[in-house]
Every structure is written in C-alpha cells, then in structure tokens.
Design a protein around this ligand. Sequence first.
Ligand code: FE
Length: 186
Amino acid sequence: MTGDPAEMIAALIDGKGEGRYGLSDINQGAHALQAAWLAERSGCGAALIVAALLHDVGHMVHDLGENPAAEGVDDRHEQVGYDFLRDYFGPEVTEPVRLHVAAKRYLCAVEADYFARLSEDSVLSLSLQGGPMSEQEVEAFAALPHAVAAVQLRRFDEAAKVKGLVTPAVGHFVPYVRECVTQGWG
Ligand code: FE
C-alpha cells in the first residue's frame, strides 16, 4: 500500500467504523475512539493509545458481518488485526492487539468478578474463544512480554462501550499513530 499509513488508518476508523460493535449500542468507530481516549486519559504512552485505537481493526478489515459471534463464528479478529497492523507497527502496538482476546480469557480466570462485569457480546464470544484460561494457560500468558499492556488494553476495551460518550475525533489520535508507525511509507 502506498501513501501515509497514518492517514490510511484514520480513514479506516472514520469510514468503516459504522458497523455496530457486536451486540452493544455503539459503532466500531466510536468504540475505537473511546478505547483510545481512555488510554490517553489513563496516561498511557503512544503505543498503547494506538493499540487501543486499533485493537478491533480486524473487525474492520474482514467481511464476516457485524456480529459473527451471534452465528457461532469466532472471527479471530485479533489475529486478522495483528496481521494487518504488523506491516506498519512494532510489537509494542501489535502484541497487545494480538493478545487482547487472550487477556479477556486471562482476566476471567484470575479475577473473580471480571466475568460478571463483561458485556453481553463479550460473554457470547468468550465461549467461542475457549472460555476462561486454565492454570497453565494463565502462567504462559503472564510470562509474555506484552501481557501487562494487553490486560490494560482489555480493560479499556470493556469500558469503551458507552452510548453517547463524546470523544475527540480520530484526527486527535493521528499524531500518536504517526509516532508509532515504523514501516509502510511510500
Ligand atoms: Fe473491542
């Protein structure tokens, strides 16, 4: 792909962000912006802000409809997103994205009340994604270099489903994207 990856990514959030977010009340674009905004307001660095903005980009670049989980399909959007993003970003952006579904399975295993706080769409997809992690899986996940960032991202993801919450537009986050882009120019 030619051109400026940051502009291309902004257009993706703006243009394809109209699908509803799973079963929740907000669209993909608003969900992405809310997640990025939560990361920024929590004092995260550029990489985690960009990871939050783009964690569900796999939903935007595949063609399985708005809520494949309702049809019993695990869209593996974290892997689709990772495969797309690694042309442009390093592991501090791509690993939390790749691991954000695993982070949900992890949190369901290690935090007693986490499952109870999941949104309806996250509960539905959890069973398709393998359910809460086993003890061995928890250990292996926690040892990964970007596990902490992935768990942080997961919390922003769950919190970024607020209908009517106003956030800055995507242009606000473009400088962070630009800062993190490592490849893909020209
Ligand atoms: Fe999400």
